[in-house]
Design a protein around this ligand. Structure first.
Ligand code: FEO
Length: 400
């Protein structure tokens, strides 16, 4: 891609990553990809804000060279140390030997551990302003959005917020870099929620702290380091992040996520009956086969919906492992206080329900009811399963 001037003297230097299969070595992005957005502010002094992953070096530096002599850059602002943004730092150092690295005090510590870099590093204070000539940068401490060292940088003359992970999402840039150049915003909003639930959700209270702090400044452009730049409607992504962060403690959408697994189709047969019952109420329902769907794609639904229907057989006196894995990840991601119900098949002893209770207990999920059956469900079992689904859905609607 080519650099784009997003405001006079401010450039987007972005690279698409379409070859990394797992973001953070964990979250699938083979289909969606991701972008690493870096920015260059060209005042009398020149500053780069965030870099990119090390594998993008050739493309990244050739873009930067199109705009400026890299050796003459004065500052590189490290909003966030995670190597998808800082991976090019050592190479950048060689190309821009006089540039001073700016970041939080915590960044200064971490630079030594990650890159053995200790010289020409300066910690900036929360609220500190750095004049660059016509432009100036102001730094805001926003810890844990996404790591403890994280800051956001604000260009004061043109009201641009460089927010790094905050307000970011998966998904490569498809030509247009702005919200107003994009005809499929739904894709970016969906991938921002997946990113939020996978990467940021654990720190939702810190996101709300950051939003409260940023509420005091006028923002014309939100320029994150992943995904689209929001200039037509910067509040769109800000309000989405606020809504998602509030799901950690406030009410969620009145919908049901149905997570199930099935060994020989018996629990799946029951799942269809339960889903039929739920659907009769008109409540939104999303269904995931835990053995065939990466948890990355299930977390957004679990994060944003109030209730969970769990379908899983007993497997070796325990909960069917793919379903147990999804629930354990949900608990790790602090998906708390959900209303839940369980159904599943057993062969001889049962045991799934006992383990399910153990898994969800630390997250304080309320188990509304359970429905187990032996082997293959009979016609009567299926009728009762349909009723079970309908009654759970009505319970969710009533408690909304
Ligand atoms: Fe985009 Fe937390 O790294």
């Amino acid at each position: 891609m080519s650099p784009r001037e997003i405001k006079p003297g401010v450039y987007w230097i972005g690279v698409n990553d379409r070859t990394t299969d797992l973001f953070e070595g964990l979250w699938p992005i083979s289909q969606e990809g991701v972008s690493y957005n870096s920015y260059l502010v060209m005042g009398e002094k020149k500053a780069v804000i965030d870099l990119a992953k090390s594998s993008t070096a050739d493309e990244y530096f050739s873009q930067l060279e199109e705009i400026t002599d890299i050796s003459q850059i004065d500052y590189v602002v490290v909003n966030h140390m995670e190597p998808d943004h800082s991976g090019l730092l050592r190479t950048f150092r060689r190309l821009a030997p006089r540039a001073v690295i700016l970041g939080s005090a915590k960044t200064q510590e971490m630079l030594s551990g990650f890159f053995s870099i200790e010289d020409r590093v300066r910690a900036v204070a929360d609220g500190e302003t750095l004049p660059l000539g016509q432009q100036s940068l102001r730094f805001f401490s926003t810890p844990f959005v996404h790591w403890p060292e994280t800051i956001m940088t604000y260009e004061t003359s043109q009201r641009i917020l460089f927010s790094c992970d905050g307000f970011g999402g998966y998904g490569t840039i498809s030509g247009g870099i702005y919200d107003d150049e994009c005809g499929h915003l739904g894709f970016y909003e969906r991938e921002a929620l997946r990113y939020y639930s996978n990467i940021v959700a654990n720190y939702s209270s810190r996101v709300l702290d950051a939003l409260a702090k940023l509420a005091a400044i006028p923002i014309d452009i939100v320029a994150p380091s992943h995904g689209l730049i929001w200039r037509r409607d910067p509040q769109c992504i800000i309000q989405l992040y606020k809504k998602w962060a509030e799901y950690a403690s406030n009410k969620r959408e009145p919908g049901i996520t149905l997570v199930y697994g099935s060994m020989y189709g018996h629990t799946e047969k029951m799942m269809n009956a339960v889903a039929q019952g739920i659907s009769q109420t008109g409540i939104p329902l999303e269904i995931f086969d835990a053995a065939r769907t990466h948890v990355s794609y299930i977390l957004p639904s679990l994060w944003s919906k109030e209730a969970v229907m769990i379908g899983a057989p007993t497997y070796e006196v325990k909960l069917f492992p793919p379903v147990a894995d999804v629930l354990e990840m949900a608990v790790d991601k602090r998906i708390q206080g959900r209303k839940a119900a369980y159904f599943g098949s057993y062969g001889w002893s049962g045991g799934a329900l006992k383990e399910l209770k153990k898994i969800i207990e630390p997250a304080k999920w309320e188990l509304w009811g359970d429905f187990v059956f032996r082997g293959s469900p009979t016609r009567e079992d299926l009728r009762r399963g349909e009723e079970f689904g309908k009654n759970f859905a009505k319970f969710i609607q009533k408690s909304d």
